[in-house]
Design a protein around this ligand. Structure first.
Ligand SMILES: NC(=O)C1=CN([C@@H]2O[C@H](COP(=O)(O)OP(=O)(O)OC[C@H]3O[C@@H](n4cnc5c(N)ncnc54)[C@H](OP(=O)(O)O)[C@@H]3O)[C@@H](O)[C@H]2O)C=CC1
Ligand SMILES: CC(C)(CO)C(=O)C(=O)O
Length: 290
């Protein structure tokens, strides 16, 4: 299948590599010439196995017709990217954490199929051509708008043992289930600069995590106990991981807090003291880093 991947960051490099391995005709779209040239010369190196993959790299402004495009930019970059995609006839798959890209997609006048996904793979970008695959996972996808047949086609032609895709029926439910995980683990680990596992091993952080989980579950009308069990499971699986928000703060980068807790604040009429405090704590850390 002719597949585009937009964004030469952690997830974009990883997916471009994995899809190339599955023998798809892959083009990775990046936004700077240096990265484009380096990928075309050296390929993508995927650690820890040091596998090298050779998809083609082009600039986003050189976008060609693709059957399918995976969008792997951070959610705060989605809105600016949309005008570059509006003349494409591809099925678009958006793989962002958080939910504020949904507001942008609601206003996106696009006549082809749009799919929303959550990504359970974990990866960190090492440099322009190298990615470290830190956790094997799967993609959960749900139809946002368009043709059910495109959705099934993607499942039949792209999903594979080495690239598992799970189709779900309700995109909002799927995103809420991921949003609550990122709402609890990411801000607390970023504020306290601890690995995910500290949210279980430190009783005070455990208290904070459970309290935040309760508030977010109430807001999303999810069962608090069930959600805490899910979150606990993810923390146990990622004990030694640094959350993406912790890493962003450490490296003085913008975080995705606006699309995570910011989204919850924006769409709620009720007072949400913990969500509000963690939102402002992360914004304060972002400002201190700039
Ligand atoms: N990394 C992970 O393990 C996981 C990430 N996710 C989610 O996936 C999404 C992507 O994350 P991640 O890969 O880690 O983020 P990165 O910051 O590593 O990568 C994002 C990439 O998008 C590129 N980009 C931004 N705008 C454009 C554009 N207009 N055209 C082309 N490229 C563009 C950036 O380019 P440049 O380098 O030039 O700035 C950057 O390379 C996020 O929403 C994240 O929450 C979900 C699950 C796990
Ligand atoms: C699940 C979790 C919290 C794992 O670290 C994650 O998705 C992130 O770091 O953004």
């Amino acid at each position: 299948m002719k597949i585009g991947v937009v964004g030469g960051g952690a997830i974009g490099l990883l997916l471009a590599g994995l899809l190339t391995e599955q023998s798809h005709d892959v083009t990775l779209y990046v936004r700077n010439e240096v990265q484009k040239n380096q990928i075309n010369q050296k390929g993508i190196i995927c650690l820890p196995e040091e596998n090298t993959y050779n998809p083609r790299a082009l600039l986003i402004d050189e976008l060609e017709q693709e059957e399918l495009i995976f969008i792997c930019v951070k959610q705060y970059d989605v809105e600016k990217l949309l005008p570059k995609l509006e003349h494409s006839c591809s099925t678009l798959v958006f793989l962002q954490n958080g939910m504020s890209h949904i507001d942008a997609l609601d206003h996106f006048d696009y006549s082809n199929t749009i799919i929303i996904g959550t990504c359970e793979h974990a990866a960190r970008k090492v440099n322009a051509t190298t990615v470290r695959y830190t956790g094997e996972g799967k993609l959960n996808l749900a139809l946002f708008k368009g043709d059910q047949k495109d959705f099934e086609h993607l499942n039949n032609h792209v999903s594979d043992n080495k690239f598992p895709i799970v189709l779900t029926g309700n995109w909002r439910h799927m995103l809420h289930n991921k949003l609550i995980i990122n709402s609890v683990i990411n801000p607390i680990t970023a504020v306290f600069q601890v690995k995910n596992g500290a949210l279980l091993s430190n009783p005070h952080l455990l208290y904070l995590a459970q309290s935040l989980c309760k508030e977010v579950a109430n807001e999303l009308k999810l069962n608090e106990q069930e959600q805490w069990e899910r979150i606990r499971g993810i923390i146990e699986k990622t004990t030694e991981n640094d959350s993406s928000m912790k890493t962003d703060i450490e490296n003085n980068r913008k975080t995705e807090i606006d699309g995570i807790l910011g989204y919850l604040l924006q769409h709620s009429d009720n007072p949400k003291p913990l969500i509000n405090n963690y939102y402002h704590a992360i914004k304060a850390l972002e400002m201190e880093g700039v």
